[in-house]
Design a protein around this ligand. Structure first.
Ligand code: KIV
Ligand code: ZN
Length: 391
């Protein structure tokens, strides 16, 4: 395995934005797009232009304002969608049409009500059409991981033969396990004769909490692009989380020797911006960007981190643009309390630390965390009592 460059395809503004609670207006989308540009994503999927005139307008605006990343617009495999997407992205410095059709029998029979032959025809016709607008065409086989493998290989070969430059095989319903997805990509890439003419891409949903593990397994099998979102937002349980994938590559480079163009110090700010724009808070214990991801409350942990942060931290909060903090609460110890007092400018005697510690534990029974203002009132009270006693 070489140390190769992974393409980060961000779909926060499309798959993420279409999830309940995550819709944004045009100016909010533009703000997030600018931040994703700063973050350094390679491909920015900014919407599904045929879905609404607002969506099309946002895609148009972002395409004309954002330089750097490839700007992708989503389209089903039909003429109206593709023409609409092509029109919306045309101002982009580099543009991509991302066209998709479901390929599993379940979706073909029950949802689209078309035969496999009709599906194949739609791929030929619409990948060819998309290529008349741009040289960069991504084809996705929706529900690929539940598609008959022979048929899927035929679809993929056909899409590449007609001009798809990226082939995305989504685990649309988040059903796969990592070993399964690794075999799946290995099989498809190995069996499709023209697979070397396209970039393979993984798009994993998180219904079983396996989206990141599955994306990494797909990369091990030869995928050069992963589709992901900030904070893992997306349909239902979401998509693979961008920040988790990127930080695995960085922290465990020994196991995953890939690089990305992501400026990791912008990860925390991007996560915060998304939650500010949508009003959806990030789960406190969310890996990498949750507010507890670098917080330590337990006394033993705080003591360890004060002595050597590597005891309980595998990456530096600064790596993602966050700050570490020792959260004071009923599990904290005297060391952490003393350190926090020093940080806020108080030098406490041993006697004062003992008293402050007991006061803090009592207070922690009444409130979840102890703020700096609480520490100040505790020490002021102790000192007031000391001077009253001395008088
Ligand atoms: O999950 C999925 O299959 C998708 C495709 C449209 C790429 O989002
Ligand atoms: Zn999806």
């Amino acid at each position: 395995m070489g140390d190769s460059r992974l393409i980060i395809f961000d779909t926060t503004l499309r798959d993420g934005e279409q999830a309940p609670g995550f819709s944004m207006n045009t100016s909010e989308k533009l703000r997030l797009a600018r931040q994703l540009q700063t973050l350094g994503v390679d491909v920015l999927e900014v919407g599904f232009p045929i879905a609404s005139s607002d969506d099309a307008e946002a895609v148009r605006l972002i395409a004309s304002e954002i330089t750097g990343p490839v700007i992708a617009g989503l389209a089903r495999c039909n003429r109206a969608d593709i023409e609409c997407a092509a029109e919306a992205i045309k101002a982009a410095e580099r543009s991509r049409i991302h066209t998709f059709i479901a390929t599993s029998d379940l979706h073909l029979d029950r949802k689209l009500r078309i035969s496999r032959e009709e599906c194949l025809e739609a791929v030929i016709e619409n990948v060819t059409l998309a290529r008349t607008f741009t040289d960069d065409v991504e084809f996705s086989a929706e529900d690929a991981t539940r598609t008959d493998l022979d048929f899927l290989c035929q679809i993929v070969e056909t899409a590449i033969a007609h001009g798809a430059t990226t082939v995305n095989l989504p685990d649309t319903v988040g059903y796969c396990t990592p070993d399964e997805i690794e075999h799946f990509f290995t099989d498809v890439i190995g069996r499709v004769p023209n697979s070397d003419r396209a970039v393979f891409s993984a798009h994993c949903h998180d219904d079983l909490g396996l989206a990141v593990a599955n994306s990494l397994a797909a990369v091990r099998a030869g995928c050069q692009q992963v589709e992901c979102t900030i904070n893992g937002v997306g349909e239902r349980a979401g998509n693979a989380s961008l920040e988790e994938i990127v930080m695995v590559m960085r922290v465990r480079h020994d196991r995953m020797p890939y690089t990305t163009g992501i400026e990791t110090t912008a990860l925390f700010g991007t996560s915060q911006l998304l939650s500010e724009l949508t009003g959806e808070r990030v789960q406190a214990n969310k890996a990498i960007v949750g507010r507890n991801a670098f917080a330590h409350e337990a006394g033993i942990h705080q003591d360890g981190v004060i002595k050597d942060r590597r005891t309980y931290e595998i990456m530096l909060p600064g790596d993602i643009g966050a700050t570490s903090h020792l959260v004071l609460g009923k599990h904290s110890g005297r060391h952490a309390l003393k350190k926090r007092y020093e940080e806020i400018g108080f030098e406490l005697s041993r006697f004062e630390i003992d008293r402050a510690y007991r006061a803090m534990i009592d207070l922690a029974d009444l409130q979840k965390t102890i703020e700096d203002a609480d520490l100040v009132s505790i020490v002021e009270q102790i000192r007031a009592e000391q001077s009253a006693g001395a008088a």
